[in-house]
Structures are given as C-alpha cells and as structure tokens.
Design a protein around this ligand. Structure first.
Ligand SMILES: Nc1ncnc2c1ncn2[C@@H]1O[C@H](COP(=O)(O)OP(=O)(O)OP(=O)(O)O)[C@@H](O)[C@H]1O
Length: 532
C-alpha cells in the first residue's frame, strides 16, 4: 500500500511498459541484432574493399565524425530526457490529484491554486521539450550535412578514378558508393552511440526490475490448509487480540480487537472518520499488506493461514464504489460468467435497476441477452475492414449480410431491456448510486454466507437505502452481515452495533442498549438528532 500511496497509476503503467519495451530493445539489439550486425558489417567491408578499396580510408574519418556527433549531442539529450521524464511524473501526479479530487477542489474554491500548479507543470514540460526538439533537429541537420559531404567526397573520388582510368562515370555508381559509405558511417555511429543509449535504457530497466520485485500478495492457495468446499457454513467470525498496522512505522489502525460475531448476526459498525471501520472489514478479506498480530477465525478456521484464493471468493462485499467494466450489463453483472440470465434479471429487478416489468423475451420465450461486448466490437471492426477492401458488388453483399445485423444489434443494445446494454465506464454511464445498486446485484447473485456492506448505501437516497437494507434482510436472512455506515438509520435495524474509536472497539450492544448506556453511540445518535 505504501508503494501505491507514493506511486501514481499512470507513472507505474508507463514506467513498467517503458521498462518492458527497453528490456526487449536491449535483448533484441544486443543478442539478435548484435550478431547479425557483425556479419553485416563484415560483408559491407568486403564489398567496399573489393569494389573501391580507397573508400576504406574514409572509414576512420566516418568513425571520427560519428564519435564527435554522439559526444556532442547525446549526453545533453539523455540528460534532458531524464529531466523531462521526472517532470512528466510530477505532471501526471498533479493531473491525478486534480482528477480524483475535483469535487473537493471546487468545494474549497481552490481552483486557482491547482490551475497555477497545472500551468507551471505544462510550462516545465514545454521548457524541456523545446531543447529536446532542437537537439533532434540539430542531429538531423548534422546527419544531412554528413551524408551530403559523403556524397560529395564519393563523387570527387569517382571523378578522379574516371579521369585516371579514362572511363566514364554513371549516376548509379555515385549512388551505390555513397550508399555504401553512408551505411558505413551510420553503422559506426550506431556502434559509437550504443553505450550512451544503453545507459539511458538501463534507468528504465532498473525501475522495471524494482517494480517487478515488489513483494507479491499472500499465496493464492495454501495446500494443507484449504477450507472445506462449503466453508463457511455457520459463518461465525472471531477476532482474537487482532492488531494491524498499515506500515511498521505507522501507529496501529486496529488494536486489541476482540469480537465474536455469531452465525447469522447482523452487525452495524459505526465510528468517526478514521476510527478503523473499513480496516476491520479489509482485514477480513486480507486486503491490507501490513503487519498484523492475533488471529481472525471464521467457523473456527484461521483465515491468516489459508490462501487468499480460498478466502476472498467465499465472502461477499458490497463496496462503496463498485468497479464497472467497459462492456455489457451482462459482463458487468457477472464478469466471471457464473450465473444464468434468469439470475441476472432477478437481481436487476429486485435491486430496482431494471424497471419492475417482465424482462424481454425472444420468440422462443428465452430471456433476451445481447452479446454486445468484444464479440460485437470485433464484428464491427471486421465488417469495416472487409468494407474497405471490397468492390461495389461485395459491398452490396456486405450491406445485406453483415452491416445490417450489426446495426440492428447496436440499436437493440441501447435499450435498457437488454443485458447487452453497454456500460462505457463507471463515471460515464452510471451515477454513484447506480454503481452501488450494481454492487448489490452482484452480491445478490453470489449469495455468500458472510456479506459486508462497506458504506454500500452512502450514495443513494434515503428511500433507496431503506429498500436496499430491507432487501439485504430478506435475501441474506440466515447470513452474517456486517454493515459499515455513517448514516445511523442504515444500521439501526442491526442485531448489534460495534462502535469503533481510534482503532479500538469502544462499545458493543444492541442499538437500544447502547443508547441507554449513554456512551459513544448515544452521543452519535444525539449528534445526528436521531430518535428511536
Ligand atoms: N493505505 C493506508 N495506509 C496507511 N494508513 C491508512 C491506509 N488506509 C487507512 N489508513 C489509516 O488507518 C486508519 C483507519 O482508517 P479506516 O479507513 O479504516 O477508517 P474508517 O473508520 O473506515 O474511516 P471512514 O469513515 O473515513 O471511511 C486511519 O487513521 C487511516 O489514516
């Protein structure tokens, strides 16, 4: 987590792909091309030696020019590129902050500060880009000057030869020999400049290696410590002296947690911001890569000992922000393709996403699903390719047989009455509340014995919140449900409330017991002006 805290996603993605690219370039250049180049160079020298040995005299001069060119231009260019990469990282970090925090930026009216910051980053980027571009132009100009000089030297040599041997001179001869000399000097330049290029690549590769050697998560499966296929059955959760720190140098986010949640119990978790509510449920999924103490038992089995592949899929979660994929409703509802279309429609209707009407059926009575997804996109791309390369007869046939059905599918896909409807991405197609309803749908279909609602109704209105809570009570009747909520009404119907404070459990009991006790919870109720 500390790595993700200090490294932006874009930086990671670009550094990782650059690293991968340069590693490939080096393997390609050194191992494959290196060997081929030696053979190629030997053949080139042989051809020059046979046809015009005096040209070999030009080789040291070409090498000298290439060395000079590289020593003059390359170090500066590499330095500028390194600086530009650094400034690019800073720029992306600011862009990330602005994109993630736009609401807060507006709320606090600090747009001028971030605009200024952004402009400064842009200026810095341009400031470094201009000399880099100039250096590219300079090296291009040097190359052109060198090749023109080479052409001139060759022409002079050929003229001299023609004069001495009293033979003619053809333009082809000039082209062939200047081509040979050009290859010779380019090759020399390439070899001379290789160490400096290698230095620049190696910076990326080091970063790549650094990223590649980050500690992985816990093992997916631990043989010898695998739970039964139907685990957890009863769904009893026990936190025993559980402690968690995000990093060794940070104070504990959870400390001395001793809590037993009985099978089928509905638990509401409340507490001030930063009290450790989310961390408590994250630790149930083993999502925190920190240092822990104590144990968490589910149905008597230590979850810390088993593989995460055996743990996480057995628990259900409706998160605050459900991940939405680009693709159809169907793909979003069931990314792992585990459920039937009937299940999906049932969940959509129960959650209230789909209108409460009977789902559309085809002529045979089957539920309608349009496989829009990649298959559809491939079909369109395919049709476009075929269209571009076809004559008018073929185009006519394509119109009838390919394009029309594709358009039909596209039209049908835009209706809500189809699981093939396309979700562009989370932010574009759905509101925060709708995304939460999608999360609920997924949980309804998966039906796990332990379900966690982490601020799952934070973005929906009070009425939808009530509907969701009722649905959870109905659908997860015998299951253990942990609900984190800031809105007290969301957890008032719980069997028991756990009040968290500064990483500890401050109090537990039924809502009424806690209100009567007059502790933290009673204060929260009073502060929220919430009567029972
Ligand atoms: N990735 C992280 N790295 C370091 N510390 C973290 C990280 N995530 C959370 N914390 C710290 O752990 C503590 C508990 O955070 P947690 O998110 O569990 O609180 P919370 O009660 O869920 O808060 P909220 O109501 O705002 O969601 C906080 O002090 C927080 O700063």
């Amino acid at each position: 987590m500390s790595f993700f805290d200090s490294t932006t996603r874009q930086h990671m993605a670009s550094a990782y792909s650059d690293g991968a690219k340069f590693t490939e370039i080096i393997i390609n250049n050194v191992v494959v091309h290196g060997i081929l180049d030696v053979v190629d160079d030997a053949l080139l020298l042989y051809r020059i030696g046979r046809n015009m040995p005096q040209l070999l005299l030009a080789a040291p001069i070409a090498a000298w020019i290439a060395t000079k060119r590289h020593s003059l231009i390359d170090p500066t260019r590499i330095m500028l590129k390194d600086n530009s990469r650094e400034s690019d990282i800073g720029h992306r970090r600011t862009a990330d902050t602005i994109a993630d925090g736009k609401q807060m930026i507006r709320l606090f009216g600090v747009e001028p500060y971030f605009t200024q910051h952004h402009i400064h980053d842009q200026d810095e980027k341009r400031r470094l880009k201009a000399p880099i571009d100039a250096l590219y132009s300079l090296s291009h100009a040097v190359d052109t000057a060198v090749s023109s000089t080479e052409r001139m030297v060759i022409t002079c040599l050929l003229l001299l030869k023609a004069q001495l041997t009293r033979t003619g001179i053809t333009p082809m001869e000039v082209d062939t020999y200047s081509g040979l000399l050009g290859s010779l000097s380019r090759r020399t330049g390439y070899i001379v400049g290789f160490p400096s290029r290698l230095r620049s690549y190696s910076a990326n590769i080091n970063l790549y290696r650094q990223y590649a050697s980050i500690d992985p998560e816990a093992p997916y499966v631990v043989e010898g410590c695998r739970p039964a296929p139907n685990w957890p059955q009863a769904s009893k959760i026990e936190f025993r002296d559980f402690t968690l720190r995000y990093r060794a140098d940070l104070p504990p986010a959870l400390s001395g947690i001793n809590l037993t949640i009985n099978p089928g119990e509905k638990i509401g978790i409340v507490g001030r911001t930063g009290a450790g509510k989310s961390t408590l449920v994250k630790s149930l999924f083993r999502l925190v890569h920190g240092t822990t103490g104590g144990t968490i038992l589910v149905d008597g089995q230590d979850i810390g000992a088993m593989g995460i592949g055996d743990l996480r899929p057995r628990l259900g979660i409706i998160p605050q922000e459900s991940t939405m994929f680009r693709g159809s409703f169907k793909r979003n509802l069931d990314p792992l393709q585990e459920h039937t279309v009937e299940d999906m429609w049932a969940a959509l209707i129960k959650s209230g996403i789909a209108p409460k009407v009977s789902p559309p059926r085809d002529r045979n009575g089957g539920l309608v699903v349009d496989e829009y997804d990649e298959a559809y996109e491939r079909e369109v791309a395919d049709a476009a390719r075929r269209w571009a390369g076809a004559g008018w007869m073929k185009r006519l046939a394509l119109l009838v047989f390919t394009v029309r059905p594709v358009i039909k599918v596209a039209k049908r896909s835009t209706s809500l009455h189809s699981l093939g409807r396309v979700a562009e991405s989370s932010s574009q197609s759905f509101s925060g509340g709708q995304q939460q309803l999608f999360g609920l749908c997924r949980a309804l279909m998966r039906k796990r014995r332990i379900v966690v609602l982490d601020e799952a109704t934070a973005n929906v209105d009070l009425e939808t919140d009530r509907h969701m809570q009722q649905l959870v009570r109905d659908e997860f009747g015998g299951c253990t449900v942990l609900t984190i909520a800031h809105r007290l009404e969301t957890i008032m119907g719980s069997d028991r409330i756990v009040v968290k404070d500064k990483g500890r459990i401050a109090e537990t009991g039924s809502p009424q017991e806690l209100i009567d006790a007059g502790g933290h919870f009673a204060e929260l109720v009073k502060a929220n002006d919430f009567g029972t």
